[in-house]
Structure formats: C-alpha cells, structure tokens
Design a protein around this ligand. Structure first.
Ligand code: DON
Length: 585
C-alpha cells in the first residue's frame, strides 16, 4: 500500500502546487488558516447516495436503490461487490460492523466481527520461549492468522431484519457474481497495490494465481476475472448464508485449513454468529453522536475524545493552530490509554463503557490537561513505543430516498489479510487475529499496546478500532454519516471530520479532505500527513513538548454522506486520498 499512497501523495502534491488560488479557496468559505480547502464539491443527489472506495461498487449500490432496495439492501450489494473489486479489504473472508439508522430514527448495529477459532488459546501465537512467533504461524501471516469470517452472516442478519423485502439475497449477490465472473478493469492504483503485495500473496498458490496473474502481475487496463469467487457467490445464491458456514464453501475452507495446519475447523465455521448490538449514543455540543460499541473500541474512544474536547472553544481557535492540535492530541492520548487498559470483547470481559463515555469522567480528564505543555504518555500510563505498518480496510455508506442510512466498515485487517486464498473458493482470508493482544503489553502490527482484556480466547472477538458513525442534528434527524479505514487512525480520522464539520463549518468533502494528525498514546508522538502541519506549527508544538513524526503517506480513506438542511439533498463525499466515488441518483 505504501507505493499507492506515495503515488497519491505525488499526484496530490502536484495538483496542490499547480492549482490556481481560486480553486484553493471556495466562495463563501472564509476560513483563514485552513491549510487545504481545495476540495471538490460533494456529489449531490435528490434521492439516494452511495459513497465507497470503488466506483463500480458504488454504482452497484445505486442500482439496487433504483430497483426499490433500501439502504440496507444496497449496503449488502456494495459489500459483496467490494469483495470482488477491492480485494485488499472488501471481503467474504473477513468481518466488520454495520450501523443502521432507519427512517423513523431507530438505530441498531450489526456486529459481524470475526471470532477466534476454538484452538485459539491465549498463547497460541507464542513460541515455547514465550516470544511472539513471526512469519507463517503468526497472527499476521498465513493460515493461523485468520479468525472465523463474519461478513456473510452479518449481511444475512442485516437483510433478514432490516432489508426492504423487495430484493432477495440472490439478487443482492448477483452484481458481485457478475463482476467476479466477467471481470473488471484493473486501475493503476489497484495494479500497484497487487504488485506491492507480491511477497505476501506470492506465498499461497491460489492467491498467486488469482491476484498476481500467476506471477506475471496485472497491469493497468488488464481484466481481473475471479471464476472461483463467482462460483462461491453462485453457491451462496443457491444455498443462502448457511452455505458459507456449513456447505461446500465451509468444507473447502476447513479442508484447506487442515492441510496447512490452520486453526479454523468446520465446527468453528458452523458456530459463527453475527450479533445485533445497541449502538453507543452521546452528544457533541448538542449534536447526537451514534457509534459502534464493543467489540469495537471505536465508539467509546471517539465519544471520550469528543467529551474532553467539548470543554474547549475549538471554534474560536484557528483550524490549523498549534493550540488546537495540542488539545486534540491530549484528548487522543488519554482516550487511547484507556482503550489499551479497559477495552476488549464485552461478551468476555468487563468493559466500563458507561464510565468511559461519561461527561463527568471527561471533565476529570480535562483537568489533567495543561493548556501550554504536552503531557507525556508515560505519566498518563506506562507502556512502550513501537512503529506503524501498512494498513487496509474499507468504509462505505448509503442513504436511500426514504432516509434510511447505513454506515459500514469491514476488513481483512491488513491489506489482503493473511494472504491466504482458501483453495477452490477465491476467498481471501483475514488476519484479524492480530487485533488481539497476542502477548499483552507487546505492540501489534499497528504499534498498539493492548491489555489483558483483549487477550486471545476461543470464540472471542478481537478488539477493533472500526468506527462507523452517524451524527444527528439537534432535532434528532440525520446530519451526516462518516467512517474510514486506518487501524487505530480510524478513530482519530472520524474525530477530526466531526470537529471540522461541527466546529469549523466545513462541508462533508472538505471535512474529509483536510489534513489529519494521529496520536495513540504509545508511541508518544503526533503523526501527521504530508502537508498536514506547517513548519511554524510544528515548531510551536515541539516547543510545547510534543514529538512529531511526518508520515510519508496519507491517513485513511473516509467516506461520508451529509443531508443538506433545507433541501434534504444527499451530499456524498469520497476521500480524495484514494480512488473512491460517491454516486447518487
Ligand atoms: O478492526 C480494526 O481495528 C483493524 N482490523 C482495522 C484495520 C485497518 O483499518 C487497516 N486499514 N487501513
């Protein structure tokens, strides 16, 4: 992925440097100090809107809306389509979270996060000396890295309970089957992404054959066909979701696992269950904030940060000021320290959610923030620093003509997951087991230090950072939907988009495009995007005691839909950092 990111970086850098000034400042957008306001207008549509990281998938969703499907129907078809057209993260072999808001205002969350196989006991990723296993057999690469996939069960649950009833499971899977069978054109970025993952994908015969063209690679303009995946979709169409967990697909996955000393068995697949959860609800300056509960940490960490920041006049601060970055960083530091200590799968461990999202608790945390000086993460809580690695997940969002909305983030964890395509299925399997604390106190692939509550256990779900979110207007109607990939940066990306809109009056596209920072408690550093912070701002933050790290590539790939206040027009926004598209009708 880093190759893709740097390509996007250079493209954007070129465009930025060469853009006439008139394009950099939007009419009426008098916000001195905004570093980048060179966003295009959001895509406008009177009825329905889909924003995802892939235009083909967005078009599939809009087509479902036009045929009478609701937002949930469309979201299911988009999720299936992305499993074909965006195999780095779109998936049948992974899992995620779907937040649903119905037109009458009722909200729910579908948890289809992967579950640990029975054989995944606490020390399954440690060698006899108690050290983390690396390479094959680890929590990141190969057959033992995969949790039991939840996507198919999640889509089935969403359709059964919240679909319109006007379109069948088989109809919603058909666009994906066709894309897999007929193929689609490989884009420049996709070709680079596949080539950049050659080391991982080249290890496994089916992955190499399908995604690396047998070692000859795909180039921009080539057609990628996935006949096995098309056949898997056909089986799902005939046999329904249970086919994945009990039928031929399950048998193929389990057999491949057995042949390669994987952890997952047929029993594990049979035992998978998607769950409906109650979304977390809070407010930020009077606006409703609805987000994902455990096993994602996203909602709680987001709300904790918003609660802390609510006590400051961010609006009165310049958007790009060191003063604001300082406070935002201190909020991030504290909420991520709590994440490490307190969060895990609430079906297994006690997670003090109410306490974490309590406004009084935020008040106490606020009192520990020095307005002039950075805290150190050591004093906020002890731990040890680590680095960052590549990342890939995907978020998409749908609003239909009736006003139903979906905000969905799902993933294989790292790009192309474990690298394994289960033989004969065309399904890439996740490496979500790395989201557990394989060895509590030791950093995972995202450099996250995580605690005992997130230790590995059979049937447990690894703690996530995915943060599909809705923000409501003060009258309780939907204002906007937002979400992104990016591992731990997910929560901070969503936070900054919300602040950009609520405190700085940005539209949804500007809020998504603006530069971002990230702090996750440990390592104790502010990571910023290219062009994200001026040299002056960096100096001012350093003088306050912060450590800054420039990130060579961009953070996240956010997608959002805002409802225009007076007209109800859907305003779709797809992150300019990647090649997604908002499509409406
Ligand atoms: O659930 C999580 O928090 C991670 N598995 C998400 C991974 C991710 O976002 C990678 N991508 N950009």
């Amino acid at each position: 992925m880093s190759a893709i990111r740097s390509a996007v970086f250079f493209l954007l850098a070129f465009l930025f440097v060469n853009a006439p000034l008139s394009q950099l400042r939007r009419p009426g957008a008098a916000r001195p100090g905004v570093a980048v306001a060179a966003s295009r207008e959001p895509v406008r549509a009177a009825r329905g809107m889909v924003a995802s990281t892939n235009k083909l998938a967005s078009e599939v969703g809009v087509d479902i809306l036009k045929r009478g499907g609701n937002a949930v129907d469309a979201a299911i078809a988009v999720a299936f389509a992305l499993a074909v057209t965006y195999p780095a993260a779109g998936n049948l072999g992974g899992g995620g979270f779907m937040l649903i808001r119905r037109r009458d205002g009722r909200m729910t969350a579908i948890d289809y996060r992967e579950m640990a196989p029975q054989a995944a006991t606490r020390n399954v990723y440690l060698d006899p000396q108690g050290n983390l296993i690396e390479g094959e057999g680890s929590s990141t690469i190969g057959y033992r890295a995969a949790g039991v996939p939840g996507t198919v069960a999640g889509m089935e649950l969403a359709l059964r309970k919240y679909g319109s009833g006007r379109l069948t499971w088989a109809q919603l899977a058909e666009p994906a089957r066709l894309l897999a069978a007929n193929g689609f054109t490989v884009s420049h970025l996709f070709a680079r992404s596949l080539r950049g993952s050659n080391e991982l994908l080249g290890r496994y015969a089916d992955s190499k054959r399908i995604f690396l063209n047998g070692g000859r690679y795909f180039n921009e303009g080539d057609t990628l066909r996935q006949p096995e995946l098309a056949a898997t979709f056909a089986r799902l169409q005939r046999g329904g979701a249970r086919e994945f967990y009990e039928g031929e697909t399950a048998r193929l996955i389990a057999e491949d696992m057995r042949r390669n000393k994987g952890l997952m068995t047929l029993e594990d697949l049979r035992g998978y269950e998607a769950k409906e959860r109650v979304p977390l609800r809070s407010t930020y300056r009077g606006y409703g904030v609805i987000s994902m509960p455990p096993p994602s940490s996203g909602g709680a960490v987001l709300i904790e940060m918003l609660n802390i920041l609510e006590g400051y006049d961010l609006r009165g601060m310049n958007w790009a000021s060191s003063e604001k970055y300082h406070l935002v960083t201190e909020a991030m530091r504290r909420a991520f320290a709590d994440r490490a200590e307190y969060m895990g799968d609430a079906d297994f461990v006690k997670v003090p959610i109410d306490g974490l999202i309590d406004k009084k608790y935020a008040e106490r945390l606020r009192a520990s923030i020095n307005l002039e000086r950075a805290s150190t993460s050591a004093e906020v809580r002890a731990g040890r620093p680590a680095g960052y690695e590549s990342e890939e997940t995907t978020h998409f969002t749908v609003v239909d003509a009736e006003g139903n909305a979906v905000s969905n983030t799902y993933t294989l964890n790292l790009g192309y997951g474990s690298g394994v395509t289960a033989r004969g299925t065309g399904i890439l399997l996740n490496n979500e087991m790395d989201d557990f604390a394989a060895k509590p106190g030791t950093p995972n692939a995202f450099g996250l230090i995580q605690g005992e509550r997130n230790a590995v256990a059979p049937r447990k779900r690894p703690l996530s950072a995915m943060t599909p979110t809705f923000v409501l207007r003060k009258d309780g109607t939907l204002w906007f939907t937002i979400g992104t990939p990016g591992g731990p940066t997910i929560i901070n990306t969503v936070l900054q988009a919300i602040i950009n809109i609520v405190d700085h009056d940005m539209d949804i596209q500007e809020a998504i495009d603006s530069p971002r920072i990230h702090h996750q408690w440990l390592p104790d550093q502010i990571v910023h995007e290219p062009y994200g912070l001026s040299a002056d701002t960096q100096r001012a933050l350093t003088a306050r005691g912060h450590t800054l790290v420039a990130r060579p590539r961009y953070m996240g790939d956010a997608h959002g839909i805002m409802i225009e206040e007076k007209t109800g027009v859907r305003l779709g926004a797809s992150d300019s950092r990647n090649e997604g598209a908002a499509v409406g009708y």
